[in-house]
Design a protein around this ligand. Structure first.
Ligand SMILES: *[C@@H]1O[C@H](CO)[C@@H](O)[C@H](O)[C@H]1NC(C)=O
Ligand SMILES: *[C@@H]1O[C@H](CO)[C@@H](O)[C@H](O)[C@H]1NC(C)=O
Ligand SMILES: *[C@@H]1O[C@H](CO)[C@@H](O)[C@H](O)[C@H]1NC(C)=O
Length: 608
């Protein structure tokens, strides 16, 4: 039997309903703010989003310290309004509606995030309608479904079941001012949309599947309208011609200053229609040269070939932008620096690169580009132009041992500048034990501050253990040696080599077929690495006895370990084997990530 509602809750519910209505809240609100604090707090927790918006919006005094308002009795009110905890009320409403988002998001302003996300939901729903080929008509008139309207409190309330409130245009107009970050699909890139987004102060815009001239024209209107606030622009799955690129970047220039304010430009998984000649589209060049603000440029997985990459590199050398992140991953740019190397070696490099664009580069991502050993050598000359580079990723390229040898002079500081590399990734580069041992040896004497290294997914075999063991005594903090074929003998050797205290924080030794020796190595490691937080030891053919070895080591070490991945093993647990693990928790979460029990997955009744 349901409980009888109290008079109070009936009143509060009735009041919430009235606050949803435009005429009512104007007359009611002034009095509502004078309610005693405890009633107000109850009311706030019960208001549907749209009513809370009205309540929040019409507060007749400001939360900020404001000389004039503290003169008379509004002081009281000001103090009180900060007690109302409106931000946490918005946070709760957000959690309720988007429970999956919450863990990934931090915000100081949950109201802003609430309405921004709401508007995005409305836009996504309208996109589904507009994308049907037979759709013709106004995008703003597209109806938003009851399931969305219900969330904000609109359904079941007479005055809001009128058409206006269910149209996309209404939501853009009402809530647009809260939206700073939106995603638009091709069909929404129209002149009409720029009208709908009038109220938004767009900072970040993600554009998907833009293909036609019409869509580009619509987009340009939106861009021109928001060029003073936009800082981040991302194109995904778009098809771009040189003309398109020229007009898109043309529309971003802020007329009065002839500059743009974009800090992050990404073009991902898109295709560029014409093959590039020796120079980049003029729009892109002027974009790169007219914004001091640009700090990250990501052109990934766009089938860029070497010609494009070479033109881009030469252009960057010539300019003075402050780019700190350059991502050219997943293209096919082998040979892109050959020309540069030739000129460098012939001494004519003084004649190019008067600019300083690459001076501030901190992160360079060249993953998955078909690069080979010659590219690694050319890269060495190019790196000399990047004195502040901290992170270099050349994983998924067949550079082989010789490629590494070609790069090594860079780490020896043979170039003019002393390298500042803190993070180096060489995963899946077809390296062998000899190449990596040499590299590890060089890196052990490296003058720079290397903190993170990955040589994962190269078949190195157990012999690499010796070089690896010596490398452990450098100040390395993050080490990824997943899938390098250490085997039991490799882990055994490593145990013997662990002598001093290590600085390791994170290690990945997964996929190494180490068997029980993996556990013994871990147990030694735990005693030597007091700062260790994260261990991935998955898929190592460990027998279940490993669990108790690791548990007792963990108990003795009393370290900081927060996460220990042992998945990828087929284990039949006995209850006591699992229970020894459950005592290890960090922030309420279990430290051990265990494989699901094969016994519980397939229940057997016929155990002897
Ligand atoms: C202070 O009170 C007076 C009289 O009630 C009012 O006219 C004035 O606007 C108030 N000042 C502020 C800052 O609220
Ligand atoms: C670099 O600048 C020089 C001089 O301004 C110019 O002649 C050359 O074409 C530019 N190169 C590139 C690749 O932009
Ligand atoms: C190693 O483990 C970490 C997580 O512990 C993961 O982020 C990383 O991708 C893994 N490396 C490989 C090569 O799988």
């Amino acid at each position: 039997m349901s409980e009888t509602p109290s008079l109070l809750s009936l009143c509060i519910d009735a009041l919430s309903q009235h606050l949803l209505c435009a005429e009512d809240h104007v007359s009611l609100l002034p009095a509502v703010y004078h309610l005693p604090l405890h009633l107000l707090l109850t009311l706030i927790t019960r208001l549907p989003p749209f009513a809370l918006l009205q309540f929040h919006h019409h507060i007749p005094f400001q939360d900020q310290d404001d000389e004039t308002s503290s003169v008379n009795d509004s002081t009281n009110k000001r103090k009180r309004s900060t007690d109302w905890n409106l931000n946490s009320a918005w946070h709760k409403l957000f959690n309720l509606r988007w429970p999956h988002h919450v863990n990934q998001i931090e915000s100081d302003d949950w109201q802003q995030l609430y309405w921004e996300t709401h508007l995005q939901d409305c836009i996504d729903e309208a996109t589904e309608v507009a994308i049907i080929p037979s759709f013709s008509g106004s995008i703003g008139d597209i109806h938003i479904s009851d399931s969305i309207l219900k969330y904000i409190g609109f359904v079941g309330h007479i005055s809001h079941s009128t058409c206006e409130h269910s149209k996309l245009s209404y939501h853009c107009q009402q809530f647009g001012s809260h939206a700073s970050c939106l995603r638009l699909q091709n069909v929404l890139c129209t002149a009409e949309t720029s009208g709908l987004l009038r109220e938004c102060k767009l900072q970040k815009l993600v554009l998907r599947c833009i293909r036609s001239k019409e869509q580009i024209d619509g987009l340009c209107k939106v861009l021109a309208q928001h060029c003073t606030t936009l800082t981040s622009l991302e194109f995904v799955h778009c098809t771009l011609s040189t003309d398109f690129i020229n007009v898109i970047f043309g529309s971003l220039v802020i007329e009065s200053v002839q500059k743009h304010g974009i800090q992050h430009l990404s073009i991902i998984a898109s295709s560029f229609l014409e093959p590039f000649t020796d120079s980049l589209p003029s729009g892109l060049v002027s974009f790169l040269s007219s914004g001091r603000s640009l700090c990250s440029l990501k052109l990934s997985d766009n089938h860029h070939g070497r010609t494009f990459a070479r033109a881009l590199f030469m252009t960057l050398l010539n300019l003075s932008s402050g780019i700190s992140v350059l991502d050219l991953s997943e293209n096919k740019i082998a040979g892109w620096l050959a020309d540069f190397k030739r000129r460098f070696l012939s001494g004519s490099h003084q004649s190019f690169g008067i600019g300083k664009s690459l001076q501030l580069l901190r992160v360079l991502n060249l993953r998955g580009n078909n690069l080979q050993k010659d590219d690694a050598e050319s890269l060495r000359y190019a790196l000399a132009r990047m004195p502040n580079l901290e992170e270099l990723d050349i994983s998924d390229n067949l550079i082989e041992d010789e490629g590494i040898r070609n790069l090594i002079p860079y780490f020896l500081g043979a170039s003019e500048t002393c390298p500042h590399i803190t993070c180096l990734k060489l995963e899946n580069c077809d390296l062998s034990c000899a190449g990596v041992s040499h590299l590890l040896h060089v890196l052990s004497t490296f003058r720079g501050p290397l903190k993170s290294l990955s040589v994962a997914d190269n078949y190195l075999g157990s012999q690499v253990a010796e070089a690896l063991g010596n490398f452990f005594s450098t100040p390395i903090e993050v080490l990824d040696v997943a899938g390098v074929g250490l085997g039991s003998s490799g882990f055994q050797e490593l145990q013997n080599l662990l002598k001093e205290e290590l600085k390791l924080v994170k290690i990945n030794i997964s996929k190494n077929r180490g068997g029980i020796e993996t556990a013994k190595f871990l147990s030694k490691l735990l005693s030597k690495a007091p700062q260790l937080i994260d261990v991935n030891a998955a898929s190592n053919l460990m027998p279940i006895e490993s669990l108790s070895i690791i548990c007792s080591a963990l108990k003795i070490a009393k370290g900081n370990v927060q996460h220990l991945d042992l998945t990828g093993h087929i284990w039949d647990y006995k209850p006591d084997q699992v229970s020894i693990c459950t005592e290890f928790v960090h922030n309420g979460l279990p430290i051990f990530v265990l494989p699901s029990s094969s016994a519980s997955a397939v229940p057997h009744d016929d155990d002897p």
